[in-house]
Design a protein around this ligand. Sequence first.
Ligand code: CA
Ligand code: CA
Length: 439
Amino acid sequence: MASRTALAATVGFLLAGLATVPASAAAAPTVPAGARQVLAANDGWAAATTGTTGGAAADDAHVFVVRNRAELAAALAGGTDPTPRIVLVAGTIRANVDDANQPLTCADYADPAYSLDAYLAAYDPAVWGRAARPSGPLEEARVRSARNQGARINLRVGSNTTIYGLPNARLVGANLLVQNVDNVIIRNLRLEDAADCFPAWDPTDGAAGNWNSAYDLVTLTGATHVWADHNTLSDGNNVDSAQPLYFGRPYQVHDGALDVIRASDLVTISYNVFQEHDKTMLIGSTNTVGADVGKLRVTVHHNKFANVGQRVPRVRFGQVDVYNNYYYLTDEDAYSYSWGVGVYSAIYAENNFLLRSADLALEDFVYDWGGTAMTEKGTLTRIGTGPVRAVSLLDEYNATHDPDLGTDAGWTPVLRAEPVTPTAQVPAVVNTRAGAGRI
Ligand code: CA
Ligand code: CA
């Protein structure tokens, strides 16, 4: 008589085998309507020119239900196959696993020549100084270690792809890499904690140095026509406040939540929740006047930004439409700024709502990273449950900083699918509609 263990192993084998059967040979999975949805006409910059349809045209053979990293990676095909595909994420997928879906720890990735203790000893400012970034054998061992982790958690997404979360889907520890491709939709997914096992110390970053990490939850690099909609992005249960200090600086294991860099263009980021994360949305990663000129056009609307620290967004070069977002900022300790006005940037901010704690100063909301102007209209703010009042966060900035930023970004958005929501309604609309599980 077969033992229960053997039977379970057999069932497990059969289930595992199913994943390798081509979808065409199995019954076609049911596709939720939201996974076939395309971006509406005029809904932000991603609606420009050819619009954004993702994998909506996928045939049955290119609809995949994925339950673990290996299945997800197989369905994405390394991001190299432009055949339209719909990837349906089921349950929790963890990226830090081996091919048998067994957990990998940071120690599993570490090069034999690397240890954090040795790294801390070698590059302590008291030993190494502060004039140069780390170099030498230990830094090289760190880079090799990071390469091992990157090979597991960086998941490339190809052109004409929709990634859609089935109920309660969650992707933990992965960096979705949308690189040099066109036409991608990411919807209804919880994305958490793309933690870097091997942060790099940079004594030249800022006045006191910084620990920097490599992975975003989603990176758009050289990507066009991308719609990120109804996702929830966060550090999960690995929050920054629980990380140690080394050399007096936070050991930052997270990088961006959703970054848009290197000549990416025509992006709509709508109805997402970003929460409990520091570097939230970098649009443009270099001040160099080159490939980014005329690109980095992004629409950011009806998102909730709940206790995120900075870069919400930070913009270089792009015409970026930031409207109807709900900023919920009650953690002054984790707060830096929200609208980063960088070189050649053109932020148009309309009808955003800021709920804040009393100790969060209005003048800190805008930060000048070398820009010249932005447009702001219709902002409302309140402290806790106090009275709602109109405010210009740009005026608050200019009143306390010099030189002033101008008040005209030099363009007016036209790609908006619906009338702008009255600002007073933004908290209720965003609270009930934004985030995963709300389609
Ligand atoms: Ca990044
Ligand atoms: Ca001033």
